[in-house]
Design a binder for this molecule. Structure first.
Ligand SMILES: [Fe+2]
Length: 206
């Protein structure tokens, strides 16, 4: 028994040229990283095709094709969403944020340095991702940790900074020195992009 549902195939977002000219994150590392992102998009499309033909009547929590596809769909889509944030907000000149995101960080962390220290520690503690997210229930920013593409930690929060700490993000450039990679990440953030997201999502500084 296969289910009837509709979906559209999606295509990878193009890589901004600025991503190939980052300071401290090499072109080779970014190109390899982008290939992984393209893989998440391809697998998302493939999984949805497979789901449309899978036997939903045999769905089983211990093992079933339907279960495997549903679990791995979250991994593929998480990989897409996380990397689109990551690539979109790199290519800038880092530094301290201005605009609304600067106000939010000052309000919710006390200072940019305190926010940066907390996100750096979150990134050192994570096995996959660290995000600065606006939590709509708390009405504030928080740095959340996720150990894989599909372990987004909380509902109803909007990620505004997405720090990839999977080894593929830095091993080519820094081997095991993740801390130096995180410094390079901060130095390449485009705060204008982040402020655009704050505006688009209607996040307001109260
Ligand atoms: Fe990645």
């Amino acid at each position: 028994m296969s289910l009837v549902f509709q979906f559209d195939e999606i295509a990878p977002s193009p890589l901004k040229p600025a991503l190939l000219e980052l300071d401290g994150i090499s072109r080779a590392a970014v190109e390899a990283h982008y290939k992984l992102y393209e893989g998440y998009v391809a697998k998302r499309n493939e999984i949805l095709h497979a789901l449309s033909e899978a036997n939903a009547g045999a769905a089983n929590q211990v093992f079933s094709e339907f279960r495997a596809l549903k679990v791995d769909l979250t991994f593929a889509i998480g990989g897409i969403k996380n990397h689109e944030l990551y690539f979109d907000h790199l290519g800038g000149h880092g530094g301290d944020p201005g605009g609304q995101v600067g106000d939010l960080i000052d309000r919710d962390f006390g200072s940019v340095d305190a926010w940066r220290d907390d996100l750096r520690a979150t990134g050192m503690a994570a096995r996959g991702w660290a995000w600065t997210a606006y939590d709509w229930d708390e009405g504030r920013l928080f740095n959340y940790l996720g150990d894989a593409q599909n372990t987004f930690p909380v509902w109803n929060a909007t990620p505004l900074v997405a720090l990839d700490v999977y080894e593929h993000a830095y091993f080519m450039d820094y081997q095991t020195d993740r801390a130096s990679y995180i410094d390079a990440f901060f130095a390449n953030l485009d705060w204008g992009v982040v402020n655009d997201w704050v505006g688009r999502h209607g996040i307001v500084t109260r």
